[in-house]
Write a protein that binds this ligand. Structure first.
Ligand SMILES: Nc1ncnc2c1ncn2[C@@H]1O[C@H](COP(=O)(O)OP(=O)(O)O)[C@@H](O)[C@H]1O
Ligand SMILES: [Mg+2]
Length: 273
């Protein structure tokens, strides 16, 4: 038995934490059992907590660092449920504000909430970073899934029972052709109708840098803006909010990387939320 466990662990490590899921049995299509089976059939990814924390992803396990994200997760879920919204975009005025870190923290935080199912789809295709942030090596790129070259059930990775990650393996030189393609819309609808996620998070490019994001926003129900303290200006946030409001609902603005002063030591540090 111990040998079997060791062999399984070794195989898991060789695959970078990815374990193929079982084949789904034949439950009635569309039934709760069938939906559970197709989720279980997604290849599983078991993140390494240390690697996550080094990349500021702190929500895989409960704890003090996860709490601010848990509060945000609950607020987002409540607002989305109240309005019957399913698709959430995460964007920012410019790059490096913390969108991917936020999207990963939300997604892994949601994996601790077994009554919901969530997906994270990486669409900042010029600067993809989800796989690196989660220390993961997906076998296939999200664009292969969007074009239909690889089925979702082979491309996406499942964290715990209820979160699916569709990540990029490399930057794409022509993201517009994936983001604004009718085929992409059809594929996403088809996946949602089969997997019935409670919410789908899209990690999008910054809004003030190009038209792709703005055009894609009309396909989502709401958007969260990530601003970076000491970098993003109030005018940029205003601008970003106005742009988004033309296409979808603004869920809110999260101010990331706030510096704080420790009252006891006088030390200035960075807020992790
Ligand atoms: N709250 C934070 N405190 C300190 N560094 C952060 C914080 N959030 C993100 N970062 C770091 O900032 C960099 C950019 O973050 P990322 O999430 O990739 O931004 P974006 O997706 O908006 O380009 C990364 O190196 C990330 O680890
Ligand atoms: Mg990013």
């Amino acid at each position: 038995m111990e040998k079997l466990q060791q062999a399984l662990q070794k195989a898991r490590e060789q695959r970078g934490g990815v374990v193929p899921g079982p084949r789904p049995a034949a439950a009635r299509p569309g039934s709760a059992a069938a939906i559970g089976e197709i989720w279980a059939a997604l290849p599983a990814y078991e993140p390494q907590p240390k690697a996550l924390i080094a990349n500021r992803v702190v929500t895989y396990d409960a704890g003090a660092a996860a709490t601010p994200f848990d509060v945000l997760r609950t607020k987002v879920l409540l607002m989305m449920r109240k309005n019957n919204w399913r698709r959430l975009a995460i964007t920012s005025p410019s790059s490096s504000c913390g969108k991917t870190t936020m999207a990963c923290n939300l997604a892994l935080g949601l994996s601790r909430q077994s009554d919901i199912r969530a997906m994270l789809v990486e669409l900042d295709l010029r600067r993809p970073a989800v796989a690196e942030t989660l220390a993961c090596k997906p076998a296939h790129d999200v664009t292969e899934m969007l074009t239909g070259a690889v089925p979702f059930e082979e491309q996406a990775l499942r964290v715990r029972d209820n979160v699916a990650l569709s990540m990029a393996r490399r930057p794409s030189s022509d993201p517009t052709k994936y983001m604004l393609n009718q085929e992409t819309q059809d594929r996403l609808k088809e996946i949602e109708s089969r997997y019935r996620p409670t919410l789908v998070i899209f990690d999008l490019p910054p809004i003030l840098l190009g038209d792709d994001t703005r055009a894609f926003l009309s396909n989502v129900d709401c958007a969260l803006i990530v601003a970076r303290a000491e970098k993003t200006t109030v005018a940029e946030i205003d601008n970003c909010e106005r742009e988004i409001a033309e296409h979808t609902n603004v869920l809110g603005v999260v101010l990331n990387q706030c510096r704080y002063e420790d009252e006891t030591t006088g030390y200035y540090g960075y807020d992790e939320d």
